[in-house]
Design a protein around this ligand. Structure first.
Ligand SMILES: NC(=O)c1ccc[n+]([C@@H]2O[C@H](COP(=O)([O-])OP(=O)(O)OC[C@H]3O[C@@H](n4cnc5c(N)ncnc54)[C@H](O)[C@@H]3O)[C@@H](O)[C@H]2O)c1
Length: 270
């Protein structure tokens, strides 16, 4: 097991990617602190991990609220003794363009993605330094952070910012033995999140309206197959573990070749 006796705090633990990453880290032996503004997403993730024999604590917390973040980090440390791994994954989707996006919505989206990662990194890194934990921090980015996506200005900008937040934090924290990396997911097969929701005791997600959109994404990706949250989870477990002890400031792309693609090439045409 890659993460035996480690404690991992994951933000944004919906049954989609955050839940998939939390379950994958738990499968490698980590105790999980699942943090979400939605009490159901924090608690259902933790309850599922406990139900299969793992250790987990759900904490309801808005990642943009400094007092709530400080309290969540304190509670996690009181419960499990320390935090070894932080995954900044919480997100607010809001697809709007630069011409149409109201200022308040821009601020809110940047706040959840970037300020949330800043606050959790600040408090968790300090907790690691105080306890001499040589920890690992992972920021979840997106292919939209590497490319110019139209009409998704807040998301693309914040995700691009997260790439250099990762490098800057990695350089600052290297003297404390703390590694900071990012992981780039892309359009994600929705089947697994529906299956996970059901395992967490919820209704299946109706995917009928979304299927044509995901089929469009699938047809344009080099591997002709979209990744699932568990693909990100296995990669996350690797990069936060000691197996990746010489990696810091790196972006790990789990994108089925999306970013590497030569732009005029159509992978559906053999
Ligand atoms: N879904 C995709 O296809 C995709 C593609 C590329 C990258 N990503 C990235 O993967 C990550 C997870 O995406 P997802 O699709 O699982 O998202 P999701 O919407 O299913 O989950 C996001 C979670 O963040 C929580 N959240 C929102 N605002 C919060 C706040 N202020 N404080 C605390 N929690 C808050 C939500 O309650 C939710 O549980 C994100 O960083 C996203 O950018 C997703």
């Amino acid at each position: 097991m890659k993460l035996k006796d480690k404690v991992a705090l994951v933000t944004g633990t919906s049954p989609n990617i955050g839940g998939g990453i939390a379950e994958a880290l738990a499968a490698e032996g980590a105790a999980i602190v699942s943090v979400d503004a939605s009490a159901a997403n924090a608690d259902d993730c933790a309850a599922y991990i406990r139900s299969i024999g793992g250790k987990a604590l759900g904490i309801t917390c808005d990642v943009t609220d400094e007092a709530q973040v400080a309290a969540a980090v304190q509670k996690a440390c009181e419960t499990f003794g320390r935090i070894d791994v932080l995954v900044n994954n919480a997100v607010l989707f809001n697809k709007k363009g630069v011409l149409g996006m109201p200022l308040a919505e821009w601020r809110k989206q940047i706040d959840v993605i970037l300020t949330g990662a800043f606050l959790f990194t600040k408090y968790v890194a300090q907790s690691m330094i105080d306890r001499q934990v040589r920890g690992s921090i992972l920021n979840i980015v997106s292919t939209a952070g590497h490319q110019g996506e139209p009409n998704n200005i807040g998301y693309s900008t914040a995700k691009g910012g997260m790439l250099n937040f990762t490098r800057s934090a990695a350089m600052e924290l290297v003297k404390h033995g703390i590694r900071v990396n990012s992981l780039t997911p892309t359009a994600t097969d929705p089947s697994e999140s529906s299956e996970r929701a059901q395992r967490w005791g919820r209704a299946a997600i109706d995917l009928s309206a979304a299927r044509p959109v995901f089929e469009m994404y699938r047809s344009r990706i080099p591997m002709q197959k979209l990744p699932s949250p568990s693909d990100y989870g296995r990669a996350a477990a690797f990069i936060v573990s000691s197996e990746a002890e010489m990696m810091t400031g790196t972006d790990l792309r789990i994108d089925a070749g999306a970013i590497a693609r030569y732009w005029p090439w159509d992978p559906a045409r053999k």
